[in-house]
Design a protein around this ligand. Structure first.
Ligand code: NAP
Ligand code: MG
Length: 486
């Protein structure tokens, strides 16, 4: 199958590809060239959602009875199929949401690795033996699935995020109803095709597209959805959490970030510059773990800034499918407008714009949502661009006189997802580990790198204080039973 084929993509409900009951479809367009349609996806209704949930509920009765290794076999198969289709799915991702083709390929390969990781998890321990005070009794814990899990995902990692939620849900015996971001409905449909080809029984995995406020909210409120896992913005996440809490369902929310990097006077400046640019601007800054605040010790501020400005000249912005493109467009028009309005706010509030700052127009940019990589300096911590998640290629430079001041600035936001420091001094590293309020602590490495076998998630307003990925996923996707046998 070619990535450039324009098709109608259906919902996958109870083992069948079906059109939505509304009969409506929406088009998915390429943010690098808005004349290009990537495909059409279903504008579903609550009727479709009810069918998906009842299919998942029925299928779970048998799915949970399979052994972990039998469930794992399906995930191993899906991994191989995803790998076989890697180039095509990555190209679809680039054309649908704009990230560069090499990044899209990396993400798709990560998807296959996550599937294999959780396939293996089907063979690992799910409990522990706890000595009873009664020497003639056996006491142990075991884990059981939640039941039907609702999965709501954003567009910025349209392959990896659905997989890092669905794979652990499935391996521990849950069935899934996925509502992917509308922006990347086609890419997600192709991921589901891989699961379908792997031969999962009908109803074990379901996917339907449509408005978040209808299908996403409907999933959060549905009485037969036992757990809901969400990644996306804080506003939506809180609403989903409230809906789940109101009916006593388990929920997990992974939300925004305003991630800092601290550069100390003993740092390898070349490394710090490279990691700041990569962490801040790759994927056009549209990562929840993207660097957005750059706190530099005063002594090395000027040399750091100079090297960074020099490096920024080398960035090529363009269509992510074009060879040599380093940064693609914003994923959609409203994202572009948001970025431009934050840049405007930065100027109005008195920060100094020292690089970029404009929407890109002219040859090669006419039909896309392109914006320049942008850097501000003289940013005060209470300015909007230092406080709110921009989700675009905008960096705010700040100065600090000491590690204490740098840490105070770094912690002066409501978010706490990821944070980096560049230093060779062990006591500064330890201070950073101890004092930085973030779920991901990165030392001499960019804020945006994560590994799938380690826990992932944020502190403060960045998450519901749960973690996903790696072994941590078992905490959300199962319940513990404590068993006592006399
Ligand atoms: P979003 O607007 O919150 O959307 C996320 C998902 O929720 C989409 O599937 C969306 O559907 C759905 N949705 C929208 N409104 C809803 C509602 N009222 N009720 C229920 N569901 C609803 O976020 P986004 O713009 O796609 O993604 C960007 C955000 O995600 C950023 O804040 C970023 O930091 C965060 N993010 C966090 C992580 C993390 O792991 N912490 C990772 C990646 C991204 P539609 O697409 O149909 O609107
Ligand atoms: Mg698009």
């Amino acid at each position: 199958m070619k990535a450039t084929e324009i098709r109608n993509y259906f919902n996958y409900i109870n083992g069948e590809w079906t059109a939505s009951s509304t009969g409506d479809v929406k088009e998915s367009i390429n943010p690098a060239n808005t004349h290009e349609i990537v495909g059409y996806y279903q504008h579903s209704s609550l009727d479709d959602l009810n069918k998906a949930v009842s299919g998942a509920k029925e299928a779970q009765k048998q799915w949970k009875k399979l052994s972990g290794s039998a469930r794992g076999d399906y995930l191993f198969k899906a991994a191989s199929i995803l790998e076989r289709r890697l180039d095509e799915i990555a190209e679809t991702m680039t054309r649908e949401m704009g990230k560069t083709f090499p990044e899209a390929k990396g993400e798709t390969a990560r998807g296959a690795a996550i599937l294999r990781y959780y396939a293996g998890e089907g063979m690992r321990s799910v409990g522990e033996v706890i000595p009873s005070t009664d020497s003639s009794a056996l006491m142990f814990t075991t884990r059981v699935p939640l039941g039907v899990v609702g999965v709501i995902t954003p567009w910025n990692f349209p392959v990896a995020i659905p997989i890092w939620k669905m794979a652990p849900a499935l391996i521990y015996g849950n069935t899934v109803v996925l509502k992917p971001a509308s922006e990347t409905a086609v890419t997600c449909a192709k991921v589901i095709e891989c699961f379908v080809e792997a031969g999962l029984p009908a109803g074990v995995i379901n996917m339907l597209t449509g408005p978040g406020s209808v299908i996403g909210q409907g999933l959060a409120q549905h009485p037969d959805v036992d757990g809901i896992t969400f990644t996306g913005s804080n506003g939506v996440g809180k609403r989903i959490g409230q809906a789940a809490l109101a009916r006593g369902a388990k929920y997990q929310l992974e939300m925004g970030g305003k991630n800092p990097v601290i550069v100390e006077n003993d740092a390898d400046l070349d490394l710090a510059v490279e990691a700041t640019i990569s962490g801040g601007l790759r994927s056009t800054g549209q990562k929840c773990t993207a660097t957005s605040r750059v706190i530099v010790q005063r002594e090395v501020y000027e040399p750091f800034k100079e090297r960074m400005l020099q490096k920024l000249q080398e960035i090529t912005v363009g269509d992510g499918m074009k060879e040599g493109t380093w940064m693609g467009p914003c994923a959609n028009e409203s994202q572009l407008e948001t970025v431009v309005s934050y840049i405007q706010k930065g100027i109005e509030e008195g920060a100094a714009l020292i690089f970029g700052g404009k929407r890109l127009q002219g040859p090669g940019y006419e039909n896309g949502f392109f914006v320049e990589p942008t850097v501000f300096e003289n940013v005060a911590s209470n300015m909007t661009i230092a406080q709110e998640e921009i989700f675009g290629p905008v960096l705010a430079l700040m100065k600090a006189d000491s590690i204490e001041e740098a840490l105070a600035l770094a912690n002066d936001v409501e978010y706490g997802l990821s944070a980096s420091i560049f230093t060779t001094n062990i006591s500064r590293m330890l201070a950073f580990i101890n004092e930085m309020d973030a779920g991901l602590i990165r030392i001499n490495a960019e804020s945006a790198g994560v590994e799938m076998q380690a826990p992932f998630g944020g502190m403060k307003q960045s998450s519901s204080h749960s973690r996903e990925q790696g072994r941590a996923a078992i905490e959300f996707f199962t319940s513990i039973k404590t068993v006592f046998i006399k």
